[in-house]
Design a protein around this ligand. Structure first.
Ligand code: AMP
Length: 400
């Protein structure tokens, strides 16, 4: 039977992730990724019905070539005519975009303008939009912004302790990211709670290579740990999270760092990688922890303590707390990290059920709290489904 399918595109500067799915059920037809774009070892892989296929891309190895390979795959599988729309992940929507938005030349101009707030992401997202428009120009293209879910934060949560003119004149405020993921897992938690999302009070911890904690009151984001850029907040894979800004002056004035070197240090050489000196991959660090590596232990201790502190401080934003959610590559798979964080949060009424915690990995969803504890769930995120579903919903509402 013919289905209406949405193609979801998440374009980075050197990669293009895609997923073709049925937007109501979230059923995925295939997914894949083009990697190492603009390099001469660029490749594209497709996963369909559990089988993986990898192809080398031809020169000029760019996003257009990746989209052409994607279209060839779609045609070979007779799926082209089932695609009804394209949903694009766009990282920064600033204050302007708090809803899914039909992409027009004006919207593209605004996304381009917002590139000054997300120089690594928005230009790459635009490249993906334009490459897709060349082939799927007959279809509506919709932007789903990663910042949108957090646009409900109150002023007291998003204003920095800086001169107010920096906000008014230059947009320097906290925006938050990972919004699509926090929204998805909060919605899933509302199903576990058997009440509408609008009545749920939650804290969600998206722990992957990038990490963020969000606090959700009555279904709306009221605070989140990532800020003006995705550098603020808890310790991440290679990003430092919060540090005393005075350290930057010390690095520059006393140790002779250039600003580019500081940027690189805080974004690419810090976090789990910087503390452990081993890797940004939690699996490697956990393996080293088991063999007694003290720096691996320190990295995990700092990582978990900072996250627990952020969760505890975010409880101040809520009148009640229905539960805590773990998601992202680490949150979905690491019982060690989840256990350490929960053990630090006994004052908030969390105790872990060791067996349930151990069982939750590789996409399993459910509670990990003991019977007398506040609820805590592991919920695998699915940003693609949100993008497909919101794309479809927008088009239905405007009668496309
Ligand atoms: P993400 O950015 O959400 O894809 O998450 C990526 C991170 O998840 C990787 O860097 C790993 O550190 C972590 N991860 C994935 N699988 C596991 C696992 N089984 N145990 C611990 N960490 C994991």
């Amino acid at each position: 039977m013919k289905k209406s399918l949405v193609l979801v595109i998440n374009c980075g500067s050197s990669s293009l992730k895609f997923s073709l799915m049925e937007p109501n059920s979230g059923e995925e037809v295939f997914n894949g990724i083009a990697q190492c774009l603009l390099l001469n070892n660029a490749s594209i892989s497709f996963k369909m019905n559990g089988e993986k296929q990898e192809l080398s891309l031809k020169a000029p190895f760019d996003h257009d070539v990746a989209i052409s390979a994607l279209v060839a795959f779609i045609n070979n599988n007779h799926l082209f005519h089932q695609i009804t729309a394209i949903g694009h992940r766009v990282v920064h929507g600033g204050e302007k975009y708090c809803h899914p938005t039909l992409i027009t030349p004006k919207v593209k101009q605004q996304v381009h303008k917002l590139a000054k707030l997300a120089p690594l992401h928005n230009p790459a997202n635009l490249v993906g939009i334009e490459a897709a428009e060349k082939v799927f120009g007959h279809l509506a293209q919709v932007a789903i912004f990663d910042t949108a879910f957090h646009q409900t934060m109150p002023e007291k949560a998003y204003i920095y302790g800086l001169p107010y003119s920096l906000y008014k004149e230059h947009g320097i405020r906290r925006y938050g990211f990972h919004g699509t993921s926090h929204y998805f897992v909060a919605k899933q938690a509302s199903i576990h709670l058997n009440k509408p999302l609008e009545q749920c009070n939650l804290i969600s911890a998206h722990l992957g290579n990038g990490c963020s904690i969000s606090v959700i009151a009555d279904g709306k984001s009221v605070d989140t740990s990532l800020g003006f850029t995705p550098l603020e907040g808890v310790v991440m894979g290679t990003r430092s999270g919060d540090v005393d800004p005075g350290i930057i002056f010390y690095l520059v004035n006393q140790l002779g760092y250039s600003l580019d070197q500081v940027d690189n240090l805080l974004n690419k050489e810090s976090g789990l990688l910087g503390i452990s000196g081993l890797s940004n991959d939690c699996r490697t660090i956990e393996a080293e922890l088991l063999s007694g590596n003290v720096r691996a232990k320190l990295a995990i201790d700092v990582f978990c303590y900072r996250i627990a502190k952020k969760i505890a401080s975010f409880s101040a934003s809520l009148q009640t707390l229905d539960g805590l959610i773990f998601t992202g590559g680490i949150g979905e798979n690491s019982s060690t990290i989840r256990g350490l964080i929960l053990n630090q949060l006994s004052l908030l009424g969390f105790t872990v059920d060791e067996q349930l915690n151990l069982e939750k990995r590789f996409g399993q969803q459910g509670n990990i709290n003991s019977t007398n504890s506040r609820a805590c769930w592991v919920i695998p995120t699915n940003e693609e489904w949100v993008i497909a579903e919101q794309t479809q919903r927008l088009l239905t509402s405007i009668g496309e």
